[in-house]
Design a protein around this ligand. Structure first.
Ligand code: ZN
Ligand code: ZN
Length: 590
């Protein structure tokens, strides 16, 4: 019996139109997804010239009989979707009924396929069958695509540089390999292996194949669930981060999806652990009952809406925040290890391509931004698990100061360098955030009341916020035209910096955003005030002052980063020091 059904016309029309094949990567995507659907445990992708002269996909899947082999190039053939309700099953990879037909119409395709007995070879060029014959009986399917776009010069011209084509293919194969750690993937270009996964269903090993051992060692496993969702996967230590969001990968029931809300929540969970313009490497699989998603079909993409999105976002955020809160996050300075066994995927190649959102991304199912109001998750609500913050940073003993900027410390584990500005900034930030979030009425009268002159529009905005400033602990009054006078201020302002900090607060209040979010406002204001009030570089601290600062830092919720995400502390372990000075025997090297 033929496994490929001819779709009924309504369905065909629904998914028709949209050009499926635009780039080498879209050809690779179609062929690889066919191989996955054919239950392959091994998929090999061979390219020449980034796919522009050859794309060959070899799998060990179930193969096709002669009838299906020929029918698979039929415009409306698909084995994936039998009726409309299948379209709503998120587990199917897609609806590529016409993909093979499209590919075959713009290239020269040789298909060799077998279910284990006699094999079939079909050669189609420009959409016309050139030959059909019997061939060897190797179970599985081989698709060879050459002369891509030979008859559509416009499309050929549209192809980007070989580098860009290869980047988008690599990007796609990386993602599909991460979503299928049980499949052994090989990606080769011009004879060079770009990616090789082992198919042992070990996600961490797949991560290692893609990002290298160093990154894999710095990934933290996460698992959590609530009544509706099960999430699991890996998140990078904050020190491992990238210039683009491209490495935040979310899977829904094993399928790669793109969703801004999910990405944003994942990234926000790292707030203040890393600079805002850097992004973590995260692979999260979300398992849920398909009835919790609303799938909206479009020929080239799939929009998904979660019916309990907020719940999911809270679960993800809680899981990541709790995981990070339990770690000691001091970056260890290591001597680069030249391990020739490491995969050849070059970090540079990965890094480079994230500067642009590749077209292939658009082909991935997209989850549309939910129609509800933007959801703001309360960070404070989420920290429900007890963490003994003091234990996150080990005991450290200061020995001196370099360049008036870095405190050198030591303990039995190794040597540490603390950036005194960043450390003080963190201490002040957490203090101010605490005070702003839980305002008390204690205030200090100013000996000399402070008069501030404003422009007329600033004055009007500020006047509307007198109550807000009062609640923070200010006594504030109008004083002539466009001027205010401040008679007392909250008790927690830093001695010697009061005037400056008051001006900063006034400025922040005037520039409050339209959709004001108190938590965000407090966070931002705390960071600004902290920076202003913190010791500048080239200030010499006494050992006592250093000890005090370290103690304060140890009490912080996150002692590892300044509020802007820069590290406060780095370490050279004893082991690394010995290695650098060649003190440890060569045999003890990793
Ligand atoms: Zn600063
Ligand atoms: Zn900072």
């Amino acid at each position: 019996m033929s496994k490929i059904k001819i779709m009924d016309e309504i369905l065909a029309n629904k998914i028709a139109a949209g050009e499926v094949v635009e780039r080498c990567a879209s050809v690779v995507k179609e062929l690889v997804e066919n191989s996955i659907d054919a239950k392959s445990s091994e998929i090999k992708i061979e390219l020449k010239e980034a796919g522009t002269s050859l794309i060959k996909v070899t799998d060990n899947g179930i193969g096709m009989d002669k009838e299906d082999a020929i029918l698979s190039f039929n415009r409306h053939a698909t084995s994936k979707i039998k009726d409309e309700s299948d379209l709503y099953n998120i587990n199917t990879l897609g609806f590529r009924g016409e993909a093979l037909a499209s590919i075959a119409s713009v290239s020269n395709v040789i298909l060799k396929t077998s279910q284990g007995d006699v094999g079939t070879l079909v050669n189609i060029k420009g959409g016309k069958i050139v030959k059909v014959e019997n061939t060897e009986a190797r179970k599985g399917t081989i698709f060879e695509v050459t002369e891509l776009f030979y008859n559509t010069p416009a499309r050929l011209k549209h192809l980007k540089s070989l580098y860009t084509e290869l980047s988008s293919i690599t990007d796609y194969v990386n993602k599909i390999a991460l979503s299928h750690p049980e499949i052994r993937f090989t990606l080769i270009n011009n004879g060079n292996t770009i990616l090789k996964t082992d198919g042992t269903n070990n996600l961490l090993k797949t991560i290692s194949s893609i990002y290298g051992m160093d990154v894999a060692r710095k990934m933290l496993e996460i698992n959590n669930e609530d009544d509706d969702y099960i999430i699991n996967g890996y998140i990078s230590l904050p020190e491992v981060n990238r210039a683009g969001r491209n490495h935040i990968i979310t899977l829904v029931n094993g399928r790669v999806v793109r969703n801004q809300e999910l990405n944003k929540t994942i990234n926000d969970s790292y707030h203040s652990y890393k600079p805002d313009n850097r992004y973590p490497i995260v692979i999260i699989n979300i398992e849920l009952d398909p009835s919790l998603v609303d799938v909206n079909i479009h020929p080239t993409k799939m929009d998904i809406k979660f019916s309990k999105l907020e719940e999911l976002l809270i679960l993800i955020k809680k899981t990541i925040v709790n995981k990070l809160n339990k770690q000691t996050l001091i970056p260890i300075i290591e001597q680069p290890i030249n391990d020739f066994n490491e995969p050849i995927v070059e970090e540079k190649a990965i890094e480079h391509k994230e500067t642009k959102e590749e077209l292939i991304e658009e082909k991935l199912p997209k989850i549309e931004k939910p129609k509800y109001e933007e959801i703001t998750l309360d960070f404070n609500e989420i920290k429900e698990e007890e963490t003994k913050y003091e234990e996150r940073l080990p005991l450290l003993y200061p020995v001196g100061l370099v360049h008036g900027t870095y405190i050198i410390c030591q303990n039995e584990i190794g040597m540490y360098l603390i950036d005194q500005h960043a450390a003080k900034e963190r201490v002040n930030y957490e203090l101010f955030l605490e005070k702003l979030s839980n305002p008390v009425k204690d205030k200090i009268p100013l000996l000399l009341p402070l008069t501030i002159e404003l422009s007329n529009n600033e004055y009007i905005i500020l006047k509307e916020n007198f109550d807000f400033l009062n609640s923070m602990g200010f006594d504030i009054e109008e004083f002539g035209i466009n001027s205010i006078i401040i008679k007392s201020h909250p008790i927690w302002l830093t001695k010697g910096f009061e005037d400056l900090q008051i001006k900063k607060i006034i400025e922040a209040v005037i520039h409050k955003e339209k959709n004001f979010d108190l938590a965000k406002f407090n966070d931002h204001l705390s960071a600004t005030l902290a920076c202003k009030a913190s010791i500048k570089a080239n200030t010499n601290l006494s050992i006592n002052e250093m000890e005090e600062l370290i103690n304060d830092l140890r009490k912080c919720h996150n002692p590892f980063n300044c509020p802007h995400g820069r590290p406060t502390i780095i370490t050279f372990t004893k082991y690394e020091l010995e290695k650098m000075f060649k003190r440890s025997g060569f045999e003890s090297l990793k």
